[in-house]
Design a protein around this ligand. Structure first.
Ligand SMILES: Cc1cc2nc3c(=O)[nH]c(=O)nc-3n(C[C@H](O)[C@H](O)[C@H](O)COP(=O)(O)OP(=O)(O)OC[C@H]3O[C@@H](n4cnc5c(N)ncnc54)[C@H](O)[C@@H]3O)c2cc1C
Length: 474
């Protein structure tokens, strides 16, 4: 089908206003925040939108109609909602269509007895959180992109929030969902506190990055909101290895503060601009919940601090982090570093306790040697588990030779992080997903279970229309 046939076919099905094909709208809908794309935008060599149009359904029925048509005509389709992707996951193929759920934004029900809320896929997380706070509840889900991300994308990327040690990631928060399969079939996975009825089908969609279906509606858990009983504290510690030992002890001993963060000296310099000893790492903790619980967690962690060589920093570093933690979201279109010819970005991985410090050290050692134009490589751990933790690397490099070199140097940084992570038994993406830039490492990440992912794709999207290039190498 040519462009005109696709647009008029979709308009005939859904109505004129649901199908938009101006270059500005297509470009906005396919804009991704990965570092080198931001550089290209700044450098004036912006990526040219390749999609034919953006379809903006307002109901599940419209999603089903649109997918039925796109599948029948084998047209590449990229689902999106909030557009805060940082992995090239919402960039369409040449001639493809963007299926944008951002106008499906409505809280459908709040069930205070069963402690859950149901909303459509395009409902902004910040809106849901504010709505709940006014009623004494919280989602417990605070990704840094809280002001940008929507419910559908948060599920499709297997997102996680800054308070995850207490509340978990989206996989712990999602109760049930509705989705439309590639051929337009609508399915609902019902809400249940737990059930033993076969494989958990929610997991087909959690982290599927739009390649197995389109999530139209979801039900998530809610929690009592207790900001007034928070306990928080910060300590400086010699280095990352010592800090990782500290947080391992906190988690293994059974304490569950909501926030557990460990920033290395490189990040400490940026975050606290000289107010904290520059050659130290910094630990930030925050517990929330009933006062009796937060007090006990605080006492327990303070006791662990006594057993380690730490410097007590009080509460101010945590308060300062709390206030500024999402500020970056308000400056996404005016990237400061780029003005100085620097690409800055992040990349997150995870590993068991036995491997995480080795990965961190190997990357800190290799990158400056292999990239003379690197200006910074730092990292922090921000999501901890009984078996291990994550490291969120933050890096910057000087662009040597325009947009092309920005992209190749960017991928060089990513390659080193992926290689060292796999070498030491880690996982190559902790919460941003594969997108279209980590795909080539997916076979090694998944090993002998990788063919299963392909079989799922064959079963659920046999015409392979949904989000080509994420997770699967072909
Ligand atoms: C400044 C910043 C900070 C961030 N911090 C965090 C963080 O702390 N934690 C975290 O987990 N992530 C973080 N992210 C990444 C991003 O915000 C998350 O991946 C988020 O979950 C994406 O949601 P979205 O609605 O913006 O999805 P989009 O960008 O619209 O889409 C992301 C992916 O989900 C798929 N998708 C979207 N909607 C649907 C749907 N309805 N059905 C099926 N597939 C769909 C898309 O095809 C794509 O693959 C951050 C991003 C930025 C820019």
């Amino acid at each position: 089908m040519d462009k005109q046939e696709i647009v008029s076919g979709l308009r005939a099905l859904l109505g004129e206003d649901r199908v938009q094909d101006t270059p500005e709208i297509i470009k906005k809908a396919s804009t991704d925040y990965i570092g080198f794309r931001q550089y290209e935008r700044f450098d004036g060599k912006d990526w040219v939108p390749k999609a034919v149009c953006v379809v903006k359904p307002r109901s599940t029925e419209e999603v089903a109609k649109a997918l039925g048509f796109l599948n029948q005509n084998r047209i590449d389709t990229v689902p999106r909602t909030g557009g805060s992707s940082v992995t090239l996951s919402i960039e369409p193929e040449d001639g493809g269509v963007i299926l944008d759920g951002s106008e499906m934004n409505e809280i459908m029900s709040l069930n205070e007895q069963d402690m859950m809320l149901t909303a459509r896929c395009g409902t902004p997380l910040e809106y849901i959180e504010n709505y709940l706070n006014e009623r004494g509840f919280t989602t417990g889900h605070f990704p840094q992109s809280l002001p940008l991300a929507h419910l559908g994308g948060l599920i499709a990327t297997r997102s996680i929030g800054q308070f995850s040690t207490l509340y978990g990631g989206i996989e712990d928060l999602l109760v049930g969902l509705e989705a439309v399969l590639a051929d337009g079939e609508v399915i609902r996975i019902k809400n249940s506190p737990r059930r033993s009825v076969g494989p958990d089908l929610r997991h087909l969609f959690i982290g599927s990055e739009g390649m197995l279906g389109f999530i139209t509606e979801a039900t998530i858990k809610i929690f009592r909101y207790h900001p007034e009983t928070r306990w928080m504290h910060a300590w400086a510690i010699k280095d990352m290895t010592a800090g990782l030992d500290f947080i391992r002890e906190v988690i293994v001993e059974g304490y569950r503060p909501a926030v557990v963060r460990l920033h290395d000296a490189e990040e400490v310099q940026r975050m606290f601009s000289g107010s904290i000893s520059e050659d130290h790492s910094v630990l930030l903790f925050l517990a929330e919940g009933p006062a009796l619980v937060t007090a006990a967690i605080g006492q327990g962690i303070a006791r662990i601090a006594e057993r380690h060589k730490t410097i007590d920093l009080g509460t101010r570093p945590v308060e300062s982090w709390l206030k500024t933690r999402n500020d970056v979201c308000y400056h996404m279109d005016e990237p400061v570093y780029y003005r100085y010819g620097i690409v800055a970005d992040t990349c997150e991985i995870s590993a068991p306790w036995s491997g995480i410090a080795k990965i961190y050290e190997a990357i800190k050692e290799r990158l400056p040697k292999e990239m003379p134009n690197l200006v910074s490589i730092g990292g922090h751990s921000s999501h901890s588990y009984i078996q291990g933790t994550n490291i969120y690397f933050t890096f910057g490099f000087i662009v040597k030779n325009g947009a092309e070199s920005a992209r190749s140097d960017y991928m060089k940084v990513i390659s080193v992080i992926m290689e060292e992570t796999l070498k030491w038994g880690g996982s190559i993406a902790h919460h941003h997903g594969s997108g279209k830039y980590r795909t080539r490492w997916m076979p090694e990440e998944h090993g002998s279970s990788y063919p299963l992912l392909r079989k799922l794709k064959d079963a659920l999207d046999p015409n392979k229309i949904l989000n080509k290039g994420v997770l699967l190498t072909d």
